[in-house]
Write a protein that binds this ligand. Structure first.
Ligand SMILES: Cc1cc2nc3c(=O)[nH]c(=O)nc-3n(C[C@H](O)[C@H](O)[C@H](O)COP(=O)(O)OP(=O)(O)OC[C@H]3O[C@@H](n4cnc5c(N)ncnc54)[C@H](O)[C@@H]3O)c2cc1C
Length: 443
């Protein structure tokens, strides 16, 4: 049952939000019980089987709050939170795990017996290290999470509506497109350099531009367009100004006029609409990732242009997206949570999608070669101080054929890996939970 909050009003089967959005409260399906306020822990419980969309809906309609997690509402809380979890509000509010208070995990002891442990971030909790491992240590390494509890550190009192951040009443969502035909190599380089400069100047904690989140999509030329999608968490006038400034900076001196679609919606409608970049379920996908502390170099931009325009690979797919990052995320210490990337300003999402399994090798090779050449100066993978994102898992990072640089665990966990290994040895001594990129107990 949705509880009435101070912000949102229940009317005849609908919740009318403070922003005027009417949302039905029926038909939520079996996940309806999976998100609730737990007064005993003064925290919001989100069962691991909940989707992000269901969590957003319940938290907002019930109490006017949210967790700054991923943009796609269909993603499961189960694996998402474990990898850190970020989304359009993270530059303002931090990662999802920055608000994680506790986890309930089924672990298996040395005799093979399963038991359920609740681990909290309380300093006095003997299982605190198990909580910490779940703040970015990745899924499938320590046990099976059955429940998360969220409460922002330092939040006081018993009023649930003050225990997590409130999202903005409205969100401006945008889709920008450029015609690839307008781009020479120089124009492409200018666009990517401009973008990098903007990110370098606008990603410090507390920057007014932290309200803006964008993903510039550097697509292969056969797709026909370059794009940028994003959201701005600000009142409509301010949001429009922030977007105008962002776009003007990126497009400065570029001989191409972008077209734009802009929509202002109540926050919940925007959150449930999700990302227009979601590739959908029909595709076979390969993804890779990286973080950057500085913008791409001119050499890297040339490499990128080459792979996006190669004429020996004529596939209308293949994208490197550059996500804005940093802001509030960078206010946490690298060891405060297991998610260590607290000084980066950009997240890189490499993706290729296709339909026929027979074509796997060809399309995966294109993506691998782009990645290898982009990071040629650091062994074909990001620099150890930059790293990669465990929620876009990439087995190639653990494959000596493709990684001649930093070990996979340094890229994902930096200096937090030894501590994750100790926790692994303590809570999963039989290595029951394992996969190609799971934490290993041995040193
Ligand atoms: C369309 C799409 C959009 C995305 N957008 C974002 C985004 O905006 N921001 C972002 O940060 N990430 C995003 N991601 C990445 C996403 O966070 C990861 O794919 C995440 O692992 C998804 O969790 P899941 O439970 O759905 O995945 P699964 O594939 O089920 O699990 C991923 C890993 O976690 C483990 N795992 C899952 N559930 C549990 C559990 N209960 N206990 C222990 N281990 C578990 C699995 O064993 C596996 O190793 C997106 C992914 C997709 C497909």
């Amino acid at each position: 049952m949705v509880e009435q909050s101070r912000r949102n009003v229940l009317r005849g089967g609908l919740v009318v939000t403070a922003a005027g959005l009417a949302v039905p409260i029926t038909g939520a399906g079996p996940a309806a019980a999976a998100v609730y306020y737990d007064p005993r822990r003064r925290a919001f419980a989100v069962e691991a089987g909940s989707s992000l969309g269901e969590a957003y809906r319940r938290l907002y309609l019930g109490w006017g709050v949210t967790v700054p997690a991923g943009w796609c509402p269909t993603v499961g809380a189960g694996g998402h939170v474990l990898g850190g979890g970020f989304g359009p509000l993270s530059r303002m509010m931090g990662l999802a795990v920055d608000h994680l208070y506790a986890v309930e995990v089924v672990v298996v002891d040395g005799r093979g017996r399963a038991r359920s442990v609740i681990a909290t971030r309380e300093r006095t909790d003997p299982n605190r290290d198990l909580w910490w491992a779940h703040t970015g240590g990745g899924g499938g390494s320590f046990g099976i999470v059955t429940r998360y509890w969220f409460r922002t550190p330092g939040a006081r009192g018993d009023d649930p509506s003050r225990l997590l951040p409130a999202p903005p009443p409205t969100m401006l969502s945008f889709t920008i497109t450029w015609d690839w035909r307008d781009f020479t190599q120089d124009a492409f380089a200018r666009l990517v350099r401009n973008h990098g400069r903007w990110v370098e100047r606008n990603s410090s904690p507390g920057s007014p531009a932290a309200r803006l989140y964008s993903e510039i999509q550097l697509n292969r030329r056969p797709i026909g367009q370059l794009g940028m999608i994003g959201q701005v968490a600000a009142p409509p006038g301010t949001a429009q100004r922030l977007l105008d400034e962002h776009l003007a900076a990126i497009n400065e001196g570029v001989p191409a006029t972008p077209s734009r679609q802009v929509k202002t919606q109540p926050w919940l409608a925007a959150a449930l609409a999700g990302s227009p970049g979601d590739p959908g379920p029909a595709y076979r996908l390969k993804v890779k990732s990286g973080y950057l502390r500085r913008r791409l170099t001119d050499r890297q931009i040339d490499v990128l242009h080459h792979h996006l325009t190669r004429s020996d690979y004529d596939h209308p797919g293949g994208t490197l997206s550059l996500y804005t990052f940093g802001g509030k995320v960078n206010t946490a210490a690298p060891d405060a949570t297991a998610a260590p990337h607290r000084d980066t300003i950009m997240k890189l999402f490499f993706v290729n999608g296709w339909e026929d399994p027979k074509d796997d090798a060809k399309h995966i090779t294109w993506l691998r070669e782009l990645y290898r050449d982009l990071f040629a100066d650091t062994g074909g993978v990001p620099a150890p101080g930059d790293g990669a994102f465990i929620n876009y898992p990439d087995n190639d990072l653990a494959d000596p054929a493709w990684n001649h640089g930093a070990p996979w665990h340094t890229l994902y966990f930096r200096d937090n890996y030894p501590r994750l290994q100790q926790i692994k040895a303590k809570y999963d001594p039989r290595n029951v939970f394992h996969h190609a990129l799971s934490v290993r107990a041995e040193r």
